[in-house]
Design a protein around this ligand. Structure first.
Ligand code: PLP
Length: 365
């Protein structure tokens, strides 16, 4: 990324790719190469990649259809990220219930599509960011084909992209959101894949960049970093996923042995992303548990991490019917760098945190 950020020796590659002079050409080439690498990794055509400022913008563009919005109203699953839920609500759309693992229920989706006057888009995430559960996008597309033929299908693959074989998993979707920072890339850059023939108007109007689908000078350094991160992620995906899933399974096995700790997804046949471990901890106060874990160096959360550290209720836990005042949801995620020692430390930290919170309330020091 460095040469494109400008300054020092790299400043000769600091050109604006929308420019026509010679210094722009380097930036254009870098942008073209990055687009090719990203298209290959996502299994789409080069012209189908629309660079955005991240997953949120990609989701907003897909769900609204741009500005002016598509006619009709969006239909999305109840456990979508707020970047999908909020524009859906703003446009008077509806949400579809999920099963107790957070996966969209095909019968519910069929009902919602038949009841909706004029669905403008169907949006179902590839994998949920809190629970890690994976949706079958082919099955969702089949329901769409039967009950709302011709309505574009969007999938938010932001959380899934680092772990699943996206070209296969999302082949049936008309639009796919991805974000670089979920793959080890820079924050503030992502893309929406818009398949040929699917209409979107730009949300941001300006210089007509991204083939008229997103105005604004391209974030060349960010896009170059995104392409490098995505290529690297695809290259080692299989081994990384196996290694992290084994660590996660070992951690989950040890954690659910503790009193009051249960796995939220308690059916081993349900596919969960390799790095996700979602638990329900009985008899503790969620905020206390998170604080104690943090003191021990374990950064966990109760819901998604988007609300700037706020500990609020989780719409995902609510949608799966797991809200219980005596139970604290706990989301632990492992990444590419997680080690067996991290897992040991997490197991010790949770045991200690539970002992302390329950002990404190029982009056023991
Ligand atoms: N969608 C999902 C499923 C996410 O997990 C996130 C971020 O956590 C987003 C969208 C938003 O992406 P970004 O942070 O790039 O705006």
């Amino acid at each position: 990324m460095e040469p494109f950020l400008g300054g020092g020796e790299g400043s000769q590659r600091y050109g604006n790719p929308s420019g026509s002079h010679s210094i722009a050409r380097d930036a254009v080439r870098a942008l073209d190469e990055a687009r090719e690498r990203i298209a290959e990794a996502l299994g789409c055509r080069v012209g189908e990649v629309v660079f955005t400022s991240g997953g949120t913008e990609a989701d907003n563009l897909a769900v609204t259809g741009g500005m002016p919005p598509r006619s009709g109203s969006p239909v999305c699953s109840a456990v979508e990220h707020p970047a999908v839920l909020e524009p859906t609500r703003a446009l008077g759309g509806s949400t579809v219930g999920v099963d107790r693992f957070g996966r969209v229920d095909p019968a519910e989706l069929a009902r919602a599509l038949s009841e909706s006057d004029r669905p403008s888009v169907v949006s179902v995430m590839t994998a949920n960011n809190e629970l890690g559960t994976v949706n079958d996008i082919d099955a969702v597309a089949a329901v769409r084909d039967e009950h709302a033929p011709g309505v574009p299908l969007h999938t938010d693959a932001v959380q899934a992209a680092a772990w699943l074989d996206l070209p296969v998993r999302v082949a049936a979707a008309d639009m796919v959101s991805v974000s670089a920072h979920k793959l080890g890339g820079p924050k503030g850059v992502g893309a929406l894949v818009v398949r040929d023939g699917v209409q979107v108007s730009p949300l941001l109007r300006g210089g007509g960049q991204e083939r008229g689908r997103r105005g604004g000078t391209s974030n060349v350094a960010g896009i170059v970093g995104f392409a490098a991160a995505l290529s690297a992620s695809v290259r080692d995906r299989r081994q990384r996923a196996e290694r992290v899933a084994a660590l996660r399974d070992d951690m989950a096995r040890r954690l659910v042995c503790m009193d009051g700790v249960e796995p939220t997804v308690d059916d081993p046949s349900v596919e969960v992303l390799p790095g996700h471990c979602h638990l329900l901890v009985r008899g503790v106060v969620g905020e206390e548990l998170l604080l104690l874990l943090e003191y021990s160096g374990v950064c966990a959360s109760a819901a998604s991490s988007c609300a700037s550290g706020a500990v609020g209720g989780s719409h995902v836990v609510e949608a799966i019917g797991a809200v219980d005042p005596d139970v604290a949801p706990l989301r632990l995620t492992l990444g590419a760098d997680t080690t067996p020692a991290d897992v040991d430390a997490t197991v010790d930290a949770l045991a200690d945190a539970i002992r302390r919170t329950t002990g404190a309330r029982a009056g023991t020091p």
